[in-house]
Design a protein around this ligand. Structure first.
Ligand SMILES: [Zn+2]
Length: 167
């Protein structure tokens, strides 16, 4: 399942690619929202309470109605929605909680066998919300994720150094 570095880096990169320069400060300030859904680990409904489609839709709706904060609400919606989608590819989420408790999931992978055959897996649908999720706690970072964060941190340091030196 995705750990926090993936949850942070993927939407950050996507938002920075599509954003205008004046919105980049909001993208950086709102970055912690990308991991907020995992705080439902402390509730009894992990992968349900904060891992559903209704929270990003509500934020999007606020963005459409409240014009002066539109950018902020849309960025917040993208961060939460990206977390939900990534977890859907990593075990599943109760996408329509509390209306429907089924875990929406997508398993999509491509692997190579020892005989150089490509093994494509694609499965999707709903499965029952397992009791295991109620007691599960979020994986913050595995070793690869930590390495990825170090890589991004070093890139950020390079940008800060270039700005400081004016080069
Ligand atoms: Zn999660």
């Amino acid at each position: 399942m995705p750990d926090w570095p993936i949850h942070l880096i993927v939407p950050l990169l996507a938002l920075l690619i599509v954003s205008k320069k004046e919105t980049q400060k909001y993208i950086l300030l709102l970055l912690p929202l990308a991991v907020i859904p995992d705080f439902d680990t402390f509730a009894t409904q992990h992968r349900a309470l904060l891992h559903n489609i209704f929270i990003p839709l509500m934020l999007l709706l606020f963005g459409l109605v409240i014009k002066e904060y539109r950018t902020i609400f849309i960025i917040a919606s993208v961060y939460i929605a990206s977390h939900v989608v990534l977890d859907m590819f990593g075990g599943g989420v109760a996408l329509f909680y509390p209306v429907h408790n089924g875990m929406a999931f997508v398993d999509a992978s491509l692997a190579m066998s020892k005989t150089n055959e490509l093994l494509w897996t694609l499965d999707y649908g709903f499965r029952e919300y397992g009791a295991g999720w109620e007691t599960a706690y979020g994986y913050i970072s595995d070793s690869i994720g930590t390495g990825a964060m170090v890589f991004v941190f070093l890139a950020g340091m390079c940008v800060a150094y270039r700005k400081w030196r004016g080069i």
